[in-house]
Design a protein around this ligand. Sequence first.
Ligand SMILES: Cc1ncc(COP(=O)(O)O)c(C=O)c1O
Length: 416
Amino acid sequence: MPKGETVISSLPINPPSRLLMGPGPVNADPRVLRAMSAQLVGQYDPSMTAYMNETMELYRGVFETANEQTVLIDGTSRAGIEAALVSLISPGDRVLVPIFGRFGHLLREIAERAGAEVHVREIEWGTVFTPAQIEQAIRETKPALLAIVHGDTSTTVAQPLDELGEICARHGVLFYTDVTASLAGNTFQADAWGLDAVTAGLQKCLGGPSGSAPATFSPRAVEVINARKSIEAGIREAGDAVNAHPIRSNYFDLSMIFDYWGPKRLNHHTEATTMLYGARECARLLVDEGMDVAVERHRLHGAAMLAGVQGLGLSVFGDLDHRMNNVVAVRIPDGVTGDAVRGELLNDFGIEIGTSFGPLHGKVWRIGTMGYNARKDTVLTTLAALEAVLRRAGARVTGGGGVGAAYEIYQDAAGA
Ligand SMILES: Cc1ncc(COP(=O)(O)O)c(C=O)c1O
């Protein structure tokens, strides 16, 4: 076969069986996959618009908000971030981005492309900012918007947000956060914490595939966004807004997207129907379970995984007081090649764990317990397999220590 040429198989898609225990994506909940196999309906079929309305209401429950503008952005989590930032930022606006991991850099990058004057503050990966540090940076930079990640999967720590809303309100700053990695696995309360804009994704604790970005916007954020509303020619009607300085992306123009999800049903884009079915099912399952119960499930299985890797004699990275429930960074033991261990886990056990970026590359593995995979059987299987592979790689591990320590966490929880 000439180099670079692809042989197109006539066989149907039949991916190998995998247990995805990395930082996401994880295995989708079979109930979400079933919802996604439902037949399409027309874009404005009454059943479709009813599903859209139901999806908005379900995600109000997931984000813990009363925000009218709670919608899906079509695309992966990054699409949600881009829609929020490009719609909230007018070129020249000052934006403060505190960075404590890879995804803070992404917020900076997107804000810069949206034309913002971006000010960053950086701290060492594995640590988080204090509210006082954020307030000091706000005083120094006087931003229109604070954009900060909640849980950064690259470092596995979660930035406490509960005190930042009050600080932002006092300084007249809009408050945006990316909860892609943390939502439903860690406590999050959009309204109680004073958030103006929040975006997420399905492929982590929500238990779905990537490809839809649930998002919510406060009335204050909506006012800023709608002030730039400009309805595109072709669907514009008499009296519709035309703005000399519209939002710089058409696809991610939230002012038009809100009109698509609202009573006006503006014909902006064709909602990704199958993704909506999946996103709705993710939220339905969570609301049915109860958000507090879902967070507690992630806490329990995350604690069992943490105890398990420590029980094997491995050490973990990052400030454990601020760790996310749903992912742990495990230091790769000396003398062991990280990728070789990951390869054996995948090839011999069908288990995927994560590699890492930036300063942590080659130093830690990231192991997730999230969404559909936040379960006892997945935790115990992963720990048993990791022990076997590490032994073969010549690492010194405590025999049975991983599974044993995890069992203790489960026994304590059962006895509590
Ligand atoms: C915190 C955070 N933000 C954004 C993203 C980007 O998500 P996506 O790949 O769905 O666009 C990720 C993905 O891991 C993430 O963990």
